[in-house]
Design a protein around this ligand. Structure first.
Ligand SMILES: Cc1ncc(COP(=O)(O)O)c(C=O)c1O
Length: 475
């Protein structure tokens, strides 16, 4: 069958046939007949049935996360043309410059060896795998019998690629995850058919804490994989020892624990002494405890563009996760892996984490103070990450929900992320306004102080505008 004579396509939004100037968008060999163009019922039918739409095999609604949607709305307000005039407090990116006191300077050039031109192993190069194992042993397993080796580490091209690799090797299982949590879990959890993801909402009243008995309940109902960020995105709260150890004891021999520790270094609970929070502290046997830890250079080494991350866990799991890179992503770029090795020297990392914690705690305190001065109620100051889960309930009704507040902030060139995006899978389960996350936004204090000041000035204008004129409506 030939498609050479394709003549028209259908507008996906309206279902109306349109003549396409571009040959590659045409998919029918006939002009649309007047019976169809003039017939509402034909248009409705086409629109209602996937199989009659153009590109029926493509579902573009799966194409982006909430953060991307927010950036797209900002583009409509001019963000792309003049980014320097905007405060992007939406994207979860840390400042990348070299001005943090006590922090090491990031390489400006990297050497590309002959090996760097070749395909690398999909589990990562041995030197970097060994450097990661050594870092975890030095920071979390001093004096313990069971130590990590390079075989317990898989290098992956960024955190999300790592999460996808983990999802690809899971068995037929119920996977429990918590609400709110990292937006990308939403898409990742719905891509695979090998497990069923079960959401478990956390209570706002106790700061969305994951209590050990919550984990016990999950396991009792048959959940055999548990996924959580810790420290937690978007709430900025961490589960630490002794509760973290208790959770791991409950899971041992009963469930696989996937600990997303991308914010482990942004820990303000130990006087900025450089301690990184990690489940690696409590693992008894590195090859027997079913704990997969995922972290990388993205957040705590402030190199999101390098796309270097790692998964640490039992050898057997790591072997499978390493191999599935051969059909999923092909592995991380070798030159960046080689350049990452010297960064992971344990004393250097400890000094870096100290510098990071001091610097980000100052920013956290500044942001909290300014928001409180504006009248925001922040009951508990977050103890980790660089996020504030900002409650809007006390604001004038027109901006007391995440979407309207987001929209009002765009007018002042500030980007935040509406809370509903962290209510994983919201639109499919409940109405927007019924979401417990609807009256929140996530505010990131990852950017530089100047940007934070600019953003807070913008938020101050939003609050003043709506306070002084209760009749102002968000456009
Ligand atoms: C909790 C969490 N895990 C993992 C990642 C993934 O990071 P990346 O894919 O950029 O390395 C992020 C990024 O925002 C995150 O917030």
């Amino acid at each position: 069958m030939s498609f050479n004579n394709r003549k028209f396509s259908i507008n996906r939004q309206t279902g109306v046939p349109r003549i396409s100037a571009k040959a590659d968008r045409r998919f029918s060999s006939h002009e649309p007949s007047p019976q169809e163009t003039n017939s509402k019922i034909h248009r409705q039918f086409r629109n209602a049935h996937e199989g009659h739409r153009p590109h029926a095999g493509l579902d573009p609604t799966r194409a982006s996360t909430g953060v991307v949607w927010c950036t797209e709305r900002a583009y409509e307000h001019g963000f792309a043309e003049e980014p320097e005039k905007w405060a992007n407090l939406g994207q979860g990116a840390p400042e990348v410059e070299d001005h943090i006191e006590g922090s090491f300077e990031r390489p400006k050039m990297i050497d590309i060896t002959m090996a760097g031109r070749e395909y690398g192993p999909t589990a990562g190069i041995k030197g970097l795998r060994a450097a990661v194992a050594n870092l975890y042993n030095a920071h979390h397993r001093k004096g313990k019998r069971s130590q990590y080796t390079y075989e317990n580490v898989c290098i992956v091209p960024g955190g999300r690629a790592g999460l996808i690799r983990i999802a690809a090797v899971l068995n037929n299982a119920y996977l429990g995850f918590f609400i709110p949590d990292y937006t990308a879990y939403n898409e990742m959890l719905s891509l695979f058919k090998n497990f069923a993801a079960i959401p478990s909402p956390l209570a706002e009243s106790d700061g969305y804490h994951i209590h050990p008995n919550k984990i016990a309940e999950e396991i009792a109902r048959g959940t055999s994989v548990i996924l959580t960020s810790n420290p937690r995105n978007p709430t900025g709260r961490v589960v630490k020892n002794p509760q973290l150890a208790e959770i791991q004891d409950i899971c041992r021999d009963r469930a696989t624990l996937v600990m997303d520790e991308f914010y482990g270094g942004y820990n303000y609970t130990s006087n900025c002494d450089g301690t990184t929070i990690s489940a690696a502290d409590n693992i008894e046997d590195v090859d027997e405890d079913d704990v997969l830890i995922i972290d990388g250079l993205t957040k705590r080494f402030r190199l999101p563009g390098w796309r270097i991350a790692w998964i640490v866990g039992p050898k057997e799991f790591i072997k499978a996760i390493g191999s599935c890179g051969s059909y999923l992503d092909g592995g991380a770029a070798v030159p960046f892996q080689e350049a990452a090795i010297p960064m992971l020297e344990p004393d250097k990392v400890l000094a870096e984490m100290k510098a990071l914690q001091r610097h980000f705690k100052v920013k956290r305190d500044y942001v909290v103070k300014r928001l409180r001065d504006m009248g925001f109620i922040i009951k508990t100051v977050p103890d980790s990450t660089f996020y504030l889960w900002l409650d809007l309930e006390g604001l004038p009704p027109a901006i007391a929900d995440g979407l309207n507040f987001f929209q009002a902030c765009l007018e002042e060139r500030v980007i935040v992320v509406p809370g509903i995006f962290f209510d994983l899978n919201p639109s499919k389960r409940r109405d927007l306004f019924d979401s417990p996350c609807h009256h929140f936004v996530r505010f990131s204090y990852g950017p530089k102080m100047d940007t934070l000041k600019m953003g807070l000035d913008g938020i101050e204008r939003v609050v003043a505008k709506f306070k002084h004129s209760s009749s102002v409506a968000v456009k």
